[in-house]
Design a protein around this ligand. Structure first.
Ligand code: ZLS
Ligand code: CA
Ligand code: ZN
Length: 379
């Protein structure tokens, strides 16, 4: 039987706008939904409208005093602390409401799976993986990934795998479950010496009962499709095959792309599409088909995120989009009215993800990253 997929969406997700010139611009979500709709990817798909996460949901991960600070910050912005009011995490009106709505979206997606109404569920506004128990960080106020996982644990789930393909380290989710063997966290990311937040070393492998259940794969700047996929396949499938998660949760940030202004990996749309197909295959083979898909970073707002996440939605819906498919003229015209950047013309960057234009130096450094991770986590 073909899998049932739920898509969580409300236009109110667009109110998570940290500031006018902030890199995490919600226009990327609007452009993605428009592109997926115009390509017919969402035809007949009923979207689920979320409610804000409750305090009970949020305090499975966050401290009550942090919730109080987030709620009051827009009204008394002086000396709030908790990482709020920084360049990365400016205080904005409705900050608690917008952040709780995104977390509620990820809980709703988890609930659709837990209640057996869906095998797969998608919240593209989610993936805010840096938020800590009592602190905002890296554009993230509430950690919807952790809140959804904590909700699943509360329902009695015993094995959740979290795979984070965003270019940044999934530090907040790792920290939330660092000593908990019920949650295996795996993050692929640009090397901590070369990218904020500077964590995600292979030696961070969990502690106490959770030792061995945190996994980090740092990749050198310049890593392209082939190197990234090589590292992924050397580490992730065998871990998931032995862990046998009941649900696979994935953070699917699209900031690994070569056009992304915040980081220095060199993936293409075609490489990212291959990643999404691998994640789907792993959910089918190792997690009984249960796949919770979250968004994440991605700062090439016009050229990358809409195409990449349309492939992600299509993958989750088993309606794969041909990379050669041209972009609809209406979408291009709409996007052209918002940017002076040249727009792509098709759903591909014209790359074969198994081909790498990079020299052996990057390939060799990818191989040493793989070895380092494997030494840390495989007995
Ligand atoms: O994973 O690098 C940093 C921290 C700083 C440098 C930048 N300044 C402004 C603050 C202090 C050390 N922060 C990163 C955070 C990256 C978060 C990624 C989130 C995710 O993709 C999941 C959603 C960072 N990199 C780039 C920026 N911040 C950044 C770039 C441009 C701007 C504009 C708005 C704000 C200030 C000017 C800003 C941040
Ligand atoms: Ca990551
Ligand atoms: Zn990121």
């Amino acid at each position: 039987m073909s899998p049932r997929t739920s898509v969580v969406w409300t236009p109110d997700f667009l109110s998570y706008q940290l500031s006018d010139d902030h890199p995490l611009n919600p226009v990327r979500l609007d452009l993605t939904m428009r592109l997926a709709t115009q390509l017919g990817v969402l035809d007949g798909v009923e979207t689920l409208a979320p409610e804000p996460a409750t305090d009970e949901d949020l305090t499975r991960v966050h401290t009550p005093s942090y919730l109080t600070a987030v709620r009051s910050a827009p009204h008394e912005p002086w000396g709030v602390g908790h990482g709020l009011g920084t360049d990365d995490n400016p205080i904005f009106l409705g900050m608690h409401e917008a952040s709780a709505l995104i977390a509620g979206g990820s809980v709703l997606a988890a609930r659709a799976i837990a209640e057996g109404r869906a095998d797969r569920a998608v919240n593209l506004a989610g993936g805010l993986h840096h938020a800590m128990a009592d602190r905002a960080a890296g554009f993230c106020v509430y950690n919807d990934c952790s809140v959804a996982i904590a909700w699943l644990l509360e329902q009695g789930y015993e094995r959740i795998a979290y795979v984070d393909v965003d270019v940044h380290h999934g530090d907040g989710v790792q920290a939330a479950f660092y000593d908990d063997p019920r949650v295996m966290t795996i993050s692929m990311h640009q090397h901590p010496l070369t990218l904020w937040p500077g964590t995600g070393w292979p030696g961070e492998y969990g502690k106490g009962d959770g030792a061995g259940y945190a996994v980090n794969v740092p990749l050198p700047p310049g890593t392209g499709d082939a190197g990234w996929l090589r590292a992924f396949h050397a580490v992730v499938p065998s871990l998931l095959e032995s862990f046998r998660p009941q649900v696979l949760v994935t953070e699917c940030g699209a900031d690994t792309h070569s056009d992304d202004p915040l980081a220095n990996l060199e993936l293409s749309i075609d490489g990212q599409r291959a990643i999404y197909h691998s994640l789907r295959d792993l959910a089918e083979r190792t997690a009984g088909g249960k796949w919770l898909v979250l968004g994440g970073g991605g700062y090439s707002l016009f050229r990358v995120v809409p195409r990449s996440w349309t492939h992600l939605l299509a993958t989750a819906l088993d309606r794969d989009v041909d990379p050669a498919r041209p972009l609809p003229a209406d979408w291009v015209a709409h996007a052209a009215g918002l940017t002076r950047h040249p727009l792509p013309t098709a759903m591909t960057d014209g790359h074969d993800p198994s081909f790498t234009p990079w020299g052996d130096d990057v390939a060799e450094r990818v191989d040493s990253a793989i070895l380092e991770t494997r030494r840390a986590v495989f007995p």
